[in-house]
Design a binder for this molecule. Structure first.
Ligand SMILES: Nc1ncnc2c1ncn2[C@@H]1O[C@H](COP(=O)(O)OP(=O)(O)OP(=O)(O)O)[C@@H](O)[C@H]1O
Ligand SMILES: [Mg+2]
Length: 1043
């Protein structure tokens, strides 16, 4: 689908042959009939309204135009939008899309298409999509409130709109700002025949549900409202009800709250109801005419919606307060004046509501101040209008269009040709119509129509529309673009198309006759203070906020700027804005007056083509150059295409550019070198350059990527290597440190042990390890001390017979306790012994000796122990006979008792008195006091006794003694133990020898020559007590039975 392949007519009028008005129109008609509504003049798009939906705006078309360059595809509005968007994104140039054309030519549709294309191709993402949605959804809202059906256009924009869409550096939309220009508010109260009021009124009545209508105190029937032209309430192909829903959902998307939406509808309803307030003439008491409200219910309902006292509202509508420096004067208004006040109020409320809506949308879509933005402005202003009766609004609208035409002329025709001249490029001037004079006629600061109007409005004295017209007539009588009845008189006397109260301006798009009626009023745009004050008092928050000047505190006596002045200054700002951006033109053409598809009205299109200057545009374009740029930036952009200029170029800019174009073999016809700029004839060459640049960028990008990746890998590797070395050195160091630390710790430990060991050796005694011993010792000592002290305090009695002794408290003291017991006992005994008298000692010695001799041997011993040895059992002291038995030298008698002597021959016993002295044993007859036998103790060789209790003993004598010949004696003593003990001692004392005493049951005694064995037998218990019997057992045996 390239430029030349199967195109209908020519797609770019620059290629038209022959270049004439007729061929141009034919080409447009041909294309239009084939549904090719778009045609280029270079980069300017001419669009002919198809009045039908064409299948050329789908997503497939969007994709196609996104991927191809301008001239590669059929002319399309998307191509223009794409160029604008791409330049914004990649050349960093702010853009504006200027859409011009008369009412119904398709400007608004075109602006929506541009916006939707940009929305489709720019960035994506949740945030971006929501911004896009908000931007796109502003259209249904603004169209509902700002568009209306006119005779020319069923959806005519009755306000100017300039929308700046703001993008971030990536080309994603951030938000935007909408500027609106002068709403045609007179439409609120009056519409021409066949026209409608603003769409919103019809949408509200058709689309609101019964509940909402009731709440707004409205009725569905449009014919019931004075402000709605009863004739036309419906528009073909327009569904007000569904548009109402769409408008509501758009408001929600933009971010209007439920409450805000309700307020907006309430204020809209209020305007509608205001139209139904009928005012009739009344007469005051003093006869001065006044007015009053006929329909009480209507005004009450308005009061209810607005939150206003209906009487106050009535007062504001029907009277006017004049304030002078000194006093306030209230004048009643007659019905006409009151109706005028009512309409003024309705218009004001509505236009202020519209401004509020625009501001509210701006609030939602505005972008934070901090972000760097690129801007694309889309201008969709109300189109040029020529009505039967043109008023102030048309004057303003047409002025605006005139200014836009001026921008177009300035940039595309005038400035371009002047530039060629400046740059020294051979140029044949193309004539064109310059509308600068017309613009001046309207806007000149001192002598412009708007300045005159302002002057008239401010002038003291009687001012009226006719005085204003007179002034114009006087001032412009010679002006070639101004006509009026007065000025015409001289030229054409009978022009019925112009009334007396009219003037005419020859606009670029045709002559328009304006009726000056109400010019002054509309320019003043004053609302009676009573009304603004009344509105400010409303409790309805939105309504109140629309009338800030009604606040008595803020009331300013300064006159607000006139509508004309305001509009002029906002147009000036707009122009400045447009000049600062790169323009993209869309020139809309209306093919017929009937909004009919397929109808191509030759005359109508011819007029438009003419006033739009299409032919001139083509001529300049054809002779001129499609592209120009200062050498510096051009070189900067394309220097990468030549090896001489890339990467460094030291020469001048122009030389650099020449070098590049030379190397690329661009035909010399295609380029011209100006003084400061390079001019390129056809866009194709530029596209070729751009394509080359794109390819080169790809190459360079690959190169940079390659170098960068290599560099990154290298540095990464080096970093890794460095890190590895660092890590291993640290690791090794750390390992060594750890090892060293371990060794050191071990050395220190060993050292410490050795030192400790040494020290302990020296100081062991002070160490705690010795403490156990010390403690044990201490404890042991203390235990011993306690034990001893207790023992000391509890010593048993010193009675030697008392063997009691306390047990040791601990086992360890058992031995000591035993020893102590023994010691104590010995000590007790010693003490006992020490206190004994020598006599007692002697007694005890005897007893001791007795025990040594008989203890445990003889049964008679135990009985003898407790009985003290008396020695004398025969009364020796008192018996002098017995005393004589012993020698005087011999000393005392040791024992004197009566013993029994056993007769050796028969064993019979006979009593004898036995005396034991220190040296002798004397036996005497009991009756005779003469000693029978005296035995010297030295002759006694031994004694034998039985182990029994008996007193039998054998006294063995030595054979050589004096009595020895008789042999041994067998004697029985009752005190045998005492006797033998003393005998033993006496023998020892006397002879120094131990007397052997044998304790035995059988011993032999020597009788005369023979030895007789004496056998002692213990007799039975029943044996006669004390009786001892001897029986001879043969010649050598004697058996003694003892008890
Ligand atoms: N590209 C298009 N495709 C289909 N229909 C179109 C197109 N452009 C315009 N129209 C039709 O033409 C009508 C008028 O177009 P539009 O409202 O854009 O005119 P306008 O130039 O904005 O007029 P005004 O100055 O009155 O606002 C649209 O309602 C639509 O029906
Ligand atoms: Mg429009």
């Amino acid at each position: 689908m390239t430029l030349l392949e199967g195109s209908v007519g020519v797609e770019d009028l620059v290629l038209l042959e022959p270049l004439e008005q007729e061929s141009l129109l034919k080409n447009l008609q041909l294309r239009y009939e084939k549904k090719e509504i778009y045609t280029y003049i270079g980069n300017v798009l001419v669009s002919v309204n198809p009045y039908q939906q064409l299948p050329i705006y789908g997503p497939d078309f969007i994709d196609k135009y996104r991927d191809y360059t301008f001239y590669e595809l059929k002319p399309h509005i998307f191509a223009v939008a794409n160029v604008a968007y791409q330049s914004l994104r990649f050349r960093d140039q702010d853009q504006c899309v200027l859409i011009t054309g008369e009412s119904g030519a398709g400007k608004t549709e075109a602006s929506k298409l541009v916006m939707s294309y940009v929305a489709a191709v720019c960035g994506k993402g949740e945030q971006v999509n929501s911004v896009k949605e908000q931007l796109l959804q502003s259209n249904p809202v603004l169209e509902a409130f700002g568009n209306a059906k006119t005779i020319r256009n069923n959806n005519s924009s009755r306000f100017g709109k300039y929308m700046d869409i703001e993008f971030d550096f990536k080309g994603s939309p951030l938000g935007g700002v909408i500027t609106n220009y002068l709403l045609e508010k007179s439409r609120v109260v009056k519409q021409l025949k066949g026209e409608r009021n603003f769409h919103i009124f019809y949408q509200l009545l058709a689309g609101a549900d019964a509940q909402l209508l009731k709440a707004l105190k409205l009725e569905r029937d449009t014919s019931g409202y004075a402000y709605l032209n009863g004739e036309v309430s419906r528009v073909d192909g327009m569904d007000d009800a569904s548009n109402f829903k769409a408008m509501q959902s758009a408001m929600t998307v933009i971010g209007f709250s439920e409450e805000e939406m309700r307020w907006v509808l309430e204020v809209t309803a209020l305007v509608l109801k205001l139209g139904n307030v009928e005012l009739s003439n009344e007469c005051q008491a003093n006869g001065i005419p006044a007015s009053g409200i006929c329909d009480e219910r209507g005004i009450r309902e308005i009061g209810e919606i607005a939150g206003l006292n209906s009487e106050e509202l009535e007062r504001a509508l029907c009277s006017r307060t004049m304030e002078t420096a000194k006093e306030k004067v209230v004048t009643a208004l007659n019905a006409v004046q009151a109706q005028y006040a009512r309409d003024a109020l309705a218009k004001n409320i509505y236009s202020r509501l519209f401004n509020w809506i625009v501001n509210r949308i701006n609030e939602s879509i505005k972008v934070g101040t901090g972000e760097r933005k690129k801007v694309m402005g889309v201008l969709d202003i109300y189109g040029f209008e020529i009505l039967e009766d043109n008023s102030f609004e048309q004057f303003v609208i047409n002025y605006c269009n005139e200014k836009l035409q001026q921008v177009f002329i300035e940039i595309t025709l005038k400035e371009e040709q002047e530039e060629y001249k400046r740059e020294g490029i051979p140029w044949e001037k193309v004539d064109y119509f310059d509308n600068g004079t017309i613009c001046n006629l309207i806007e000149h600061n001192q002598r412009g129509i708007l300045a005159m109007l302002d002057e008239e409005c401010l002038r003291p004295g009687v001012v009226s529309d006719s005085t204003f017209l007179a002034k114009l007539n006087q001032l412009y009588s010679k002006h070639s673009y101004y006509e009026s009845k007065v000025t015409q008189n001289t030229q054409r006397q009978y022009d019925h198309t112009m009334g007396l109260s009219c003037f005419r301006i020859c606009h670029y798009a045709g002559k328009v006759t304006y009726n000056v009626n109400s010019f002054i009023d509309k320019n003043n745009d004053l609302l009676f203070r009573d009304l603004s004050q009344a509105m400010w008092k409303a409790r309805h928050p939105l309504l109140q906020s629309l009338f800030p000047e009604g606040d008595p505190k803020q009331a300013s006596r300064k006159r607000p700027p006139t509508a004309g002045a305001q509009f002029k200054s906002s147009v000036a700002i707009l122009m400045k804005n447009l000049y600062s951006k790169n323009p993209n033109y869309i020139r809309c053409i209306k093919p017929n007056e009937h909004q009919q598809r397929g109808q191509f009205s030759w005359e109508l299109v011819a007029t438009q083509a003419q006033y739009l200057g299409l032919l001139e545009n083509v001529r300049v374009r054809r002779a001129g150059y499609a592209f120009r740029q200062v050498y510096g930036p051009f070189l900067e952009r394309f220097r990468l295409l030549s090896r001489s200029t890339w990467p460094r170029w030291n020469g001048g800019d122009r030389e650099g550019v020449e070098k590049i174009l030379g190397e690329l073999s661009v035909s010399s016809k295609e380029v011209t070198f100006g003084k400061t700029k390079i001019f390129i004839k056809s866009p194709k060459t530029l596209f070729y350059l751009e394509e080359q640049r794109r390819l080169r960028i790809q190459q360079l990008a690959t190169l940079i990527q390659k170098m960068y990746r290599g560099w990154r890998c290298r540095t990464h590797y080096q970093q890794m290597r460095k890190s590895q070395i660092l890590i291993s050195s640290w690791f090794r160091g750390n390992r060594q440190k750890k090892r060293y630390g371990k060794i050191r710790a071990s050395v220190l430990l060993i050292q410490a042990f050795v030192r400790g060991w040494k020290a302990r050796k020296d100081y062991r005694k002070y160490f705690r390890s010795g403490a156990t011993l010390t403690l044990t010792n201490f404890i042991y000592k203390s235990m011993a001390q306690k034990f001893l002290l207790r023992l000391k305090n509890n010593l048993p009695s010193t009675n030697v017979l008392d063997k009691k002794w306390p047990a040791a408290p601990y086992k360890c003291f058992n031995t000591a306790n035993r020893e102590l017991q023994q010691l104590f006992y010995q000590w007790k005994c010693k003490k006992f012994r020490d206190q004994l008298s020598p006599k007692q000692v002697e007694i005890l010695r005897e007893k001791l000796c007795a025990s040594e001799l008989f203890k445990g041997k003889k049964a008679a011993y135990p009985q003898s122990v407790p009985i003290p040895f008396r020695g004398d059992y025969v009364g020796l002291q008192g018996n002098p006979k017995l005393q004589k038995l012993k020698n005087r030298q011999e000393g005392s008698v040791l024992v004197a008792e009566t013993v029994k002597k056993v007769n050796r021959s028969n064993g019979k016993t006979s009593s004898r008195i036995l005396l034991l002295t220190k040296e002798h044993v004397i036996l005497a007859d009991t009756k005779k006091s003469q000693a029978q036998i005296v035995i010297g103790l030295e002759s006694v060789t031994g004694v034998s006794v039985s182990p029994f209790k008996d007193g039998l003993f054998g006294l063995h004598l030595s054979e050589i003694s004096s009595v020895g010949s008789k042999g041994d004696f067998l004697l029985v003593s009752e005190h045998v133990v005492e006797l033998l003990t003393r005998m033993h001692r006496a023998v020892l004392d006397t002879t120094q020898r131990q007397l052997p005493i044998s304790v035995t049951e059988q011993f032999s005694v020597r009788f005369k020559e023979s030895d007789v064995t004496v056998k002692v037998i213990q007799g039975p218990q029943s044996h006669e007590k004390g009786k001892l019997s001897c029986k001879k057992k043969g010649s050598r045996g004697l058996e003694v039975t003892v008890p």
